[in-house]
Design a protein around this ligand. Structure first.
Ligand SMILES: [Zn+2]
Length: 246
């Protein structure tokens, strides 16, 4: 056996591990989320948010804070690079947005309904990122609260292939999502529960509006929506750039 070769290989593996040990929030050397990013993530107070312009039927929505660079890095690492170690931290942030809505819902049964990703997106990522964050948030709230356990139910499914929302203008987003979600048959306990729609982000409000609309049309009771972060809308250069793209 070539001892030297084995040692070399062992060092190379250690090197890969060290190089890979960067905080997904700031890129500094750390295993997982560094303490600084963890503190920043817990800093903002959740607040009621409304997109501008606000689509008709937009549900009362609580956001965990602004969609800043930290959140952009974390949500993208979680969704696109399968950084599942971030699920509990993002779930904690979502739980903070959910708390006032759970209070508003009152003492009955509460269900969290994740906005569905397109089936193709879930297949390529191997896991439903939003659903995983919803489960982590529910687990956290259930540890903190008495009363009926809060459960996650996937009552919504996409009825057709959706274009990636991030590539679309605001008007295109509304059109892309009109009638986009179908409601699965709810069990009797779920049908009687108060529902909170959950998603990672709110931008134009199209997804949350369409999700709440589909559930309400099916006769279900939607209290509101909770998201991890809300984007700050830029109506200046970005819109101009989009218009000149045409
Ligand atoms: Zn960090």
């Amino acid at each position: 056996m070539d001892h030297g070769g084995r040692v070399e290989r062992a060092f190379s593996v250690a090197g890969d591990l060290l190089l890979g040990a960067a905080c997904p929030g700031c890129g500094r050397a750390a295993v997982g989320l560094c303490p600084g990013c963890r503190a920043l993530l817990a800093e903002p107070e959740p607040s009621v948010t409304r997109p501008e312009p606000c689509p008709a039927g937009f549900p009362p929505t609580v956001a965990g804070g602004p969609y800043d660079e930290l959140l952009r890095n974390l949500i993208s690492a979680h969704k696109e690079r399968q950084a599942w170690l971030l699920t509990p931290a993002l779930g904690r942030r979502l739980a903070r947005s959910l708390a006032p809505l759970v209070d508003l819902a009152g003492p009955g049964q509460v269900r969290l309904v994740p906005v569905p990703s397109s089936t193709a997106a879930v297949r390529s990522r191997g896991r439903d990122a939003t659903g995983a964050i919803a489960h982590a948030a529910a687990a956290r709230l259930n540890r903190e609260r008495r009363g009926h356990p809060i459960r996650v139910v996937r009552l919504l499914r996409p009825v057709r292939r959706l274009a990636d929302q991030s590539d679309l203008t605001e008007t295109e987003r509304h059109t892309n999502l009109a009638g986009a979600y179908a409601v699965r048959r709810a069990g009797s306990a779920d049908a009687a529960a108060r529902l909170i729609v959950v998603d990672d982000l709110v931008t134009t409000g199209s997804s949350l509006t369409e999700a709440a609309r589909a559930l309400s049309v099916a006769g279900l009771d939607v209290v509101g929506a909770a998201v991890i972060a809300a984007t700050v809308r830029h109506s200046g250069p970005r819109t101009a750039a989009r218009l000149s793209d045409r």
